[in-house]
Design a protein around this ligand. Structure first.
Ligand SMILES: *Cc1c(COP(=O)(O)O)cnc(C)c1O
Length: 361
């Protein structure tokens, strides 16, 4: 069997360090706030080449907190690409805003710049640029449009920890960025976790307050807050894993290069890497017009795969009335795309096997 994801194999490779750190958190009772969270927040903002990092409960909360930090007009529209994880859309509605979809590029799958321009209207207040599948968006072009129309820009970097745009890390490229540490992400905790990253002191302070009952220290509850915190056990796990992230991401890029080498001559459409991008391949997504045949072959040979995402958001019940998006590539692509196994657990042998399966009659 070739696994889509192998978190246990990863754990075994760092077990001693992880076990020691978990033990330290428990024996010092540093469960909420405290030194392990402080340490990770500092390490992760440094890693993102940004000023501030605030841990929170999960990536969806991070998006909500990021949106709230921008003080956008109530009921205003936020533009997102039509193919993203559902959380990007949820966060907009749950903070009192409206979704407007734009299309995505046909081979790098991130925001299509022309489509983004077409969706801007007087009620637009912000754009969420999703670095989907670990490939950074064309953030300079998006930022230029945002500047022209006075829109705020949020990065959804939940799939792109460590990716670079023109040499700069994602997470430091917009007004504010949201990360998820869901276990299967490139940097994943052993449970839920998330973070907001920004270079803006006011945004950082708002998020820190909001996510901690409205208070920076005990009983200075200045605003109506909520409870969304990264806990000490997760922070300790993330600190250990962060040391290996660049190495793991490099292995993912090598796996992608091998896929290219082995699959280039097939009729699969392989993911593009734009000149501005150093991607981190959270997912390795291919397109094929004969997906059900490919699925049969993979299933028969015990190769795990995924589809991200099988139903475009614009067809899902709660979102489908938002806008007519019938001509979008992002909408028709849900019948073409398939995610092959990707991660630092994949070997050249696995890829040779997968290629043989794909090439079999
Ligand atoms: C995973 C993910 C999220 C949400 O993160 P959770 O930690 O699961 O809440 C948001 N956006 C994208 C693009 C994601 O992949």
């Amino acid at each position: 069997m070739i696994k889509f994801l192998d978190l246990n194999k990863q754990y075994q490779s760092i077990k001693d360090e992880i076990d020691r750190e978990l033990f330290n958190v428990i024996t010092t009772s540093a469960f909420i706030k405290g030194k392990y969270v402080d340490k990770f927040e500092e390490e992760f903002s440094d890693y993102c080449e940004a000023q501030y990092c605030i841990g929170c409960g999960n990536g969806t909360d991070a998006l909500e907190l990021a949106i709230e930090s921008l003080n956008l007009p109530e009921g205003s529209e936020i533009i997102i690409p039509a193919n993203t994880f559902v959380a990007t859309a949820e966060a907009i509605v749950n903070t009192g805003h409206k979704i407007r979809f734009c299309d995505c590029d046909e081979t790098n799958y991130t925001i299509d710049i022309e489509s983004l321009k077409e969706q801007i209207n007087p009620n637009t207040s912000a754009v969420i640029a999703v670095h989907l599948y670990g490939h950074p968006c064309d953030i300079d072009s998006i930022a230029k449009i945002c500047q022209k129309y006075d829109l705020k820009l949020i990065e959804d970097a939940a799939q792109a920890h460590g990716a670079r745009y023109k040499g700069k890390r994602v997470g430091s490229l917009a007004d504010v960025a949201a990360f998820s540490f869901y276990p299967g992400k490139n940097l994943g905790a052993y449970g839920d976790g998330g973070a907001v990253v920004s270079n803006d002191e006011k945004i950082a302070e708002f998020v820190r307050r909001k996510a901690n009952h409205g208070a920076l220290k005990k009983f200075d509850n200045d605003i109506i807050g909520r409870n969304s915190r990264l806990d000490g056990l997760q922070a300790a796990v993330l600190s250990v894993k962060l040391k290996y992230l660049d190495k793991w991401n490099q292995t993912r890029r090598e796996v992608a290069n091998l896929y290219k080498k082995y699959l280039e001559s097939t009729n699969l459409v392989l993911p593009a890497v734009e000149t501005w991008a150093e991607p981190v391949y959270h997912l390795y997504v291919v397109q094929t017009k004969t997906r059900s045949a490919l699925i049969n072959k993979l299933e028969e040979n015990d190769v795990q795969f995924g589809i991200h995402y099988p139903i475009s958001l614009t067809k899902l019940k709660p979102y489908k009335n938002e806008q007519v998006t019938g001509h979008f590539f992002a909408v028709k692509s849900d019948g073409l795309i398939l995610s092959l196994p990707m991660g630092e657990h994949i070997t050249e042998n696995d890829i040779a096997t997968i290629s043989k399966i794909i090439n079999s009659p």
